[in-house]
Design a protein around this ligand. Structure first.
Ligand SMILES: C[S@@+](CC[C@H](N)C(=O)[O-])C[C@H]1O[C@@H](n2cnc3c(N)ncnc32)[C@H](O)[C@@H]1O
Ligand SMILES: [Zn+2]
Length: 279
């Protein structure tokens, strides 16, 4: 069973009060209570804070992402991520948050490959399907259903936050990070999946590089990972489409072309931006 220590920094998503563990639930002083699910995760996304009934990635998208990542095609990204966290030289027992963790592939990779085994990992996602899949795969970490827009964590309690192909809410990241804590933003670059996009869209729009350092942060490092990977089955290509917004944006003719493929070499182009929270 997980150590409750790590949850010392949890707060109530309704009023921001600290949550205390009582048997299998977490309670604030106002009497709000959140149960630990039998799979070990805690749902800290109350219905009042949901915009839709089933927010975030669907069960189907989570399944596609899980199969795609399990194939190892994105292992170079996981390696680069682990290298970035290693470089941060975090103290023992540092708390690391994956904000929008999906089904937990990258956290599992970091836990298995980083030399510091004492880091306290917290994976959070707005999709209960993603968190359920993550908790089933690894009960040693803390998994939370919650939103980046209203992180259920007390201020200044996180040493390292990661937002990988996710939905950044910088004010919230700045609030929960300790002064001088680190934020790693991982985002697709202009060449990412170009070959697939050329197949499914009639015309490719250029992606402008207008990213600006968010308020409250200082840019420390930008690293770009570029390589080519081979998708060697129609199922893998279908899963990649299903786990991205491309499936919904592509034209019918484009999708039909992609569905006819048995093999595709695609470019990976991903930027890793390390930011430090201003003290
Ligand atoms: C493109 S996926 C990336 C998942 C994971 N980081 C990865 O790279 O495998 C984006 C994830 O963000 C989640 N998400 C969307 N809105 C969110 C929010 N407001 N707060 C937290 N997670 C959110 C989705 O459910 C989905 O799992
Ligand atoms: Zn409360």
């Amino acid at each position: 069973m997980n150590t409750p220590l790590l949850y010392a920094s949890l707060c109530c998503p309704l009023d921001g009060q600290p949550l205390q563990q009582q048997a299998n639930s977490w309670r604030c002083t106002q009497g709000h209570s959140f149960d630990t699910a039998s799979q070990g995760y805690v749902n800290l996304l109350p219905v009042q804070k949901k915009r839709t009934l089933d927010p975030g990635d669907s069960n189907e998208m989570v399944g596609a992402r899980r199969r795609f990542l399990a194939s190892g095609v994105y292992a170079p990204l996981a390696q680069q991520l682990a290298a970035c966290i290693q470089e941060a030289n975090l103290p023992p027992s540092a708390t690391c948050l994956d904000a929008g963790c999906g089904e937990g592939y990258y956290l599992r990779y970091c836990q298995a490959h980083l030399s510091s085994r004492s880091l306290r990992w917290v994976g959070l996602d707005i999709s209960k399907w993603a968190v359920l899949a993550a908790a089933k795969k690894n009960g040693d970490m803390r998994w939370l259903v919650g939103s980046n827009a209203n992180l259920p964590l007390l201020p200044s309690t996180v040493d390292y936050a990661l937002c990988m192909f996710g939905f950044p809410v910088y004010e919230e990241f700045a609030r929960v990070l300790k002064p001088e804590g680190t934020l790693l933003m991982v985002e697709a670059g202009p060449e990412h999946l170009r070959e697939l996009r050329e197949i499914i869209y009639p015309e490719l729009k250029g992606k402008s590089d207008q990213w600006q350092v968010p308020d409250g942060f200082v840019l420390q490092q930008r690293q770009r990972l570029q390589c080519q990977v081979t998708l060697n089955s129609p199922e893998l290509i279908a899963d990649l489409l299903l786990m991205t917004p491309h499936l919904y944006r592509a034209s019918a003719a484009g999708l039909a072309r992609a569905q006819g493929l048995t093999h595709l070499v695609v470019s990976v182009d991903v930027e890793f931006r390390t930011l430090r929270r201003r003290p």
